[in-house]
Design a protein around this ligand. Sequence first.
Ligand code: ADP
Ligand code: MG
Length: 238
Amino acid sequence: MEPIIQVKDLKKIYKMGNEEIPALNGISLAIEPEAIYCLYGTSGSGKSTLLNMLAGLEKPTEGTIYIKGKAIHKMNEIALAKFRQKYIGFVFQSYNLIPSLTALENVTLPLIFQGVPKKARETRAAEMLAAVGLSHRMRHKPCEMSGGQQQRVSIARAFVNKPTILFADEPTGNLDTTTTLEVMDIMTSVARDYHQTLIIVSHDLEIADYANKIVTIKNGEIENIKVNKPEERIVSHA
Ligand code: ADP
Ligand code: MG
């Protein structure tokens, strides 16, 4: 199968004053489409740096990144923004919802940028909120919802324009154990239903266990890649 993301010899060196901090030390990786990956490793190992490069949020110091055959390491900011809008969704640890907007309004945002008409936006956002079990909270604002509910809104927002690839950086980092499993079950099952590629960053083995492939990162390098439950597109913790 043709990889959806192909990374070669990726290096990232952060400069702080005259100190150089090597965050990635030569990463090569092929990501298959329609699979769930976990970038797993301890704090400071380089997981977020790698995720941000894969998602086109930061430029590598060296190396190449192809997504769907496009050289994203060469794109300028405008081309990258368009590319992300079309193909990529994000879920962050801190939800990043807009506090003054309702759940429904937050989820319609990516569709506004895509020029989807109002009625169609609201229908699609409501469907997505139903898919994450929040039909009864559509008119609530973020401060009127629990952490788990807010993260489910942010998952609905990330999925609403049906991106090909979804990136999630420690998506359950602020949630309790029960809510973590709920949110992981929802995120992985929506990804499976839509035939998406999901790449999750985590330092938690229980989260990693949801993935089809676990890529362990150590000191900015890939330590190993483990095939996890290859028969299952998704792991149910129900
Ligand atoms: P992880 O997500 O695995 O915890 P990161 O990718 O955030 O790790 O960080 C990898 C290394 O790069 C760490 O040593 C971190 O301090 C450093 N780093 C990350 N972002 C920056 C930055 N913007 N400026 C300088 N150093 C950074
Ligand atoms: Mg991180």
